[in-house]
Design a protein around this ligand. Sequence first.
Ligand code: ZN
Length: 322
Amino acid sequence: MEIFHRHSMSFERLKVPLPGMELGHINVYVFRCSDGYVLIDAGLATYDAALALIRGLKSLGVKLSEISKVFITHLHADHITLVQFLSEVASPDFYIGKEELRDTITSFDEFINKYIDEYKRHGVPADILEAFLKLHPMSRFRKAYEDIWKLNWKGVGDGEKVGCGLEAVWTPGHTPGHTVYVTKFGIFTGDHVLPKITPNISWYPRPGFNPLKEYLSSLKKVDLKTRGFPAHGDEIPNLSARVSELLKHHERRLNEILKVLQEPLTTYQVAKRISWDAGAFDQFNAYNKIFAIGEALSHLIYLEEAGVIRRVEKEVVYWVRL
Ligand SMILES: [Zn+2]
């Protein structure tokens, strides 16, 4: 565990395990505010994570009942699903970006089926779709989601001062309502900017949402020479430098996709043909294939809106260069 002392404010980082996820851990940041303790993100609803969080807080001398505010960066399972547990042992206020709350009204079947239908339309084979239904965190943590949707969430606005020296800044892309929390000494970046890996920018079941376009403009919102405190991995000493690497990464991928589109291809075929930092697509497990397909699709939607490619709807969607 690391202890930070910066300016007048100090906060600490608990590395809470993510059992069954390659990311390994999530950082839960903890600091003292006037009426209690604040957490940034919560963790995954598993026994190991709950135990690690309790032990971590205990080692900092924080009583669970003293947790007064929990700020969640986005609705992914590894960040949010442990909040139900916190609501049982304390009575904190729960905050999340307003846009993130728009999907909490739909049923899970409906939400997951939107993915399955869309991926099918993009040429994804049945075995991968089946794995999606089994492995996707939205399915695996369905029970936890059903509980936490019922909590009394406070939706935060873009630029809203949310107390404890934090300003919420919307950074859509990784999810439509992803929110970072800005302080005088740096930014709690959630999954918007990560130090080692490029955050997954995937298709999202929301009409008109162009995830990559949103993401690239959100990156510019945090293109600052300040520190980043990410949800996974170590502190980012210079956010600006990391942002320019991420911008270059997506530019390279867009160019590569244009290069492979010498003939009409489905999104699935594009995902198979482009290069991935993690290795060859065919060697990926089903879980990573799903993320790679979503990533390819977000880039294709970006190129479509930019007017460089168009879709041809047959029994599945083919992409054609203009
Ligand atoms: Zn995430």
